[in-house]
Write a protein that binds this ligand. Sequence first.
Ligand SMILES: [Mn+2]
Length: 356
Amino acid sequence: MNKLSQLKNTLQAEGLDALLIAKPTNRRYLSGFTGTSGMLLITPEANLLLTDFRYKDQAAQQAPEFQIVIHSFPLVKTLQELVTKYEVKKLGLEKEFITIAVYQELHENLPGVDLVPVKDFCAELRYIKTPEEITYMKKAVEIADKAFLHIMDFIRVGLSEKEIALELEFFMRRLGSEKNAFDIIAASGVRSSLPHGIATNKTIAPGELVTLDFGAVYNGCHSDMTRTVVMGEPDARQREIYDLVLRAQEEVYKVIRPGMKAREADAVARDIISKAGYGENFGHGLGHGVGLEIHEGPRLAPSDETILEPGMVVSVEPGIYLSGWGGVRIEDLVVITPDGCEILTKSPKNIFLMKK
Ligand SMILES: [Mn+2]
């Protein structure tokens, strides 16, 4: 069953006459339309894409399953006509996305329509990637892998984190990445204990840990990877922490498979890190879904009961962070397969840099 029919089943099960899709990634997921402005109105019998004049031709080209409606301004005037035409009495709204301002505007202008806040139905559809999406994600992973090898050759003591981030970005763009998947994390020395340490002007010093977390975007699909390296010969503590994080990740790969709960995958890594005494220093989930968004469901985290299924693409990224000392994170992107997982990220993990 395709995405739209699945969504329409949900719509009917929830007793809704129509669903308004405003979140851009959901709009793109369902329709294929990549423009910056527009909404979908989905009823049991109609698929409507409301956008403005600028996107008239593009929308028709990208969203063949949708009837294109060029809306007037404000858009709510066009919506008024459509809810009347399609006899919409109960209209579902994405409650995690619609702002109070939009809600008020709809409330004032759509009298007689019951506005129903609903959860993000598309989010769960998006958990399982289509073969096409997996192809795009593999391409985004491949671009990042090539960029990592390049940066291993480029990185040296004295360069700033920003110079490294910029080189990564240029390199990925040249290989076809549409943009950075997120602000590149390049965190060196004590800054590597910041799980999301965005690149700064700090220069890299000998003996420091450097955590690089970055990704590419290909046809809207993201990749996400992290490697931590040492600028020189690692000391005993760096090696201990690094080996522990790597072992936690490898143990997850041995057992992760369909039927396992997302939280159980998290627990495998968390138990290993906790038993070694660093449980408090692994303060985030093991991983997250990746797709049209860099962070989506399911979450490999203690609270996520999702049962893993083939076709889900998730990051596996254990980390240990010690304030004032530094941190180590190793992250791959994996796709759940019928009998386990396929690790998409191919960058080596045994790297300790020996450069001056
Ligand atoms: Mn990640």
